[in-house]
Ligand binder design. Structure first.
Ligand SMILES: Cc1ncc(COP(=O)(O)O)c(C=O)c1O
Length: 405
């Protein structure tokens, strides 16, 4: 893999930040966009624009075909059985809300339980929390171990006869732990419990095969996959999309509307109400092509080597404490620095052109458990190099000097 060539495809790296070359270490938050994705949005709006799934004129038919083509590309990318198992949403957050809301409406009753983990992003907690009030359900949390991992044992001991759904992250956006989702899915199914995977951090970095994992739902964030913002994907088994009620009502998702009643459209229209993020969907096709051209296995290998290197470098820096020590770790390096607040670290690093994130990363439950209010987080993408991690370390040392540590 030639990272120089890959990096050249991202126009953002032509710009300076505070007169420095940009070292972008915030891809877990959102990835940068290759030129092909940006160009596709421009071309669509300037040469091909039309709304999809409505009119019969030339532009409308062509745009609909392009839109549906991305659905098929995504189906192949994650090896779903059927293109209609791919639902476009405005993000992973909406994908999870869709499941919590519709599954909650149809299948949950007072006293039922949902099992989450202590690693969950707020996007995979708050939507379930609403059901506490609406339906009187209970939420349980499988606990992390000392390395910031979730084991199958931790899930198993948290399942009760009232557990009606397991909703867990694929890869923690704080500790980097990769969960054994295939084994957890098989455990869930052995107890007749459906499972939702929050795949926001999994999809940009790991090879996915929905038929092999066999999960019921998998939520994806396209803006973390070198794609546009305002777009997510919900993968759901067809049997669930058929069984659940629609999420939002409006144009495009109906079959027949009468004063006396309404019938809903076939899949996937049933879940895509109103004008969708057409340009984003079409441009996301370019992100999938980009990922396919490099090969997700190559990306996994590159990022795994970089993560190990980053861990080594940061471990040698005696004031840095890494958060979590999972055996199977994705490309997330969260850390604290003795006596320096995470926001100060991020601000000082920014002066050197090093972009990281600081805060609770939408994981307050996890931070509470770790006894921390905030952490600093460097996260990697396909364009990162060992030099970026050296620069991170150098900039951390500058920060220590400023704070006399
Ligand atoms: C683990 C995890 N879940 C959910 C989300 C929310 O994704 P989106 O921005 O697509 O709604 C994020 C984004 O930061 C995330 O990291």
């Amino acid at each position: 893999m030639n990272i120089d060539n890959i990096k050249k495809q991202f126009p953002i790296f032509n710009n300076k930040v505070h007169n420095n070359d940009l070292v972008y270490l915030d891809s877990a938050n959102s990835s940068q966009k290759p030129q092909v994705v940006v160009d596709r949005i421009y071309d669509f709006y300037t040469k091909e624009f039309s709304n999809v799934g409505r009119s019969v004129h030339y532009l409308a038919v062509a745009a609909t075909n392009l839109y549906e083509n991305t659905r098929s590309m995504m189906q192949k990318y994650i090896n779903a059985k059927d293109p209609n198992e791919i639902v476009f949403t405005k993000g992973a957050t909406e994908a999870i809300n869709l499941v919590a809301n519709t599954f909650g409406q149809k299948f949950l009753e007072e006293g039922d339980e949902i099992l989450l983990t202590e690693l969950e992003h707020h996007s995979n907690y708050v939507p379930w929390h609403y059901l506490r009030k609406l339906k009187g359900i209970k939420i349980n949390f499988a606990e992390i171990n000392n390395d910031g991992e979730i084991t199958i044992e931790s899930i198993e001991k948290s399942i009760t006869p009232k557990t009606k759904m397991i909703a867990i992250t694929h890869l923690s956006n704080v500790t980097g732990a990769i969960l054994p989702i295939k084994e957890i899915t098989s455990l869930a199914h052995s107890k007749n419990i459906p499972i939702l995977i929050d795949g926001c951090q999994g999809a940009p970095h790991l090879k996915l095969d929905m038929q092999d994992i066999d999960c019921d739902f998998y939520a994806i964030s396209c803006h973390k996959m070198y794609g546009p913002t305002g777009l997510g994907v919900l993968y759901a088994k067809k049997k669930w999309l058929e069984a659940l009620p629609p999420y939002q009502g409006g144009g495009g998702m109906i079959r027949e509307v009468k004063k006396e009643g309404i019938s809903f459209g076939d899949l996937p229209n049933k879940y895509e109400a109103g004008t969708m993020a057409t340009a984003q969907v079409i441009a996301f096709g370019e992100s999938i092509k980009f990922l396919n051209q490099i090969g997700i296995e190559n990306i996994e290998k590159h990022e795994s080597e970089l993560t190990k290197y980053g861990e080594e470098v940061l471990r040698k820096n005696n004031s840095v404490k890494l958060v979590g020590n999972p055996k199977n770790k994705g490309s997330v390096l969260s850390f604290t620095l003795d006596g320096i607040h995470a926001h100060d670290i991020a601000t000082i690093l920014d002066e050197d052109g090093v972009a990281i994130r600081a805060g609770h990363h939408c994981c307050q439950i996890l931070h509470d458990k770790l006894g921390l209010t905030a952490t600093a987080r460097a996260s990697l993408g396909v364009y990162n190099t060992k030099e970026d991690l050296d620069k991170l370390n150098e900039s951390i040392n500058n920060c220590k000097k400023i704070f006399d540590r």
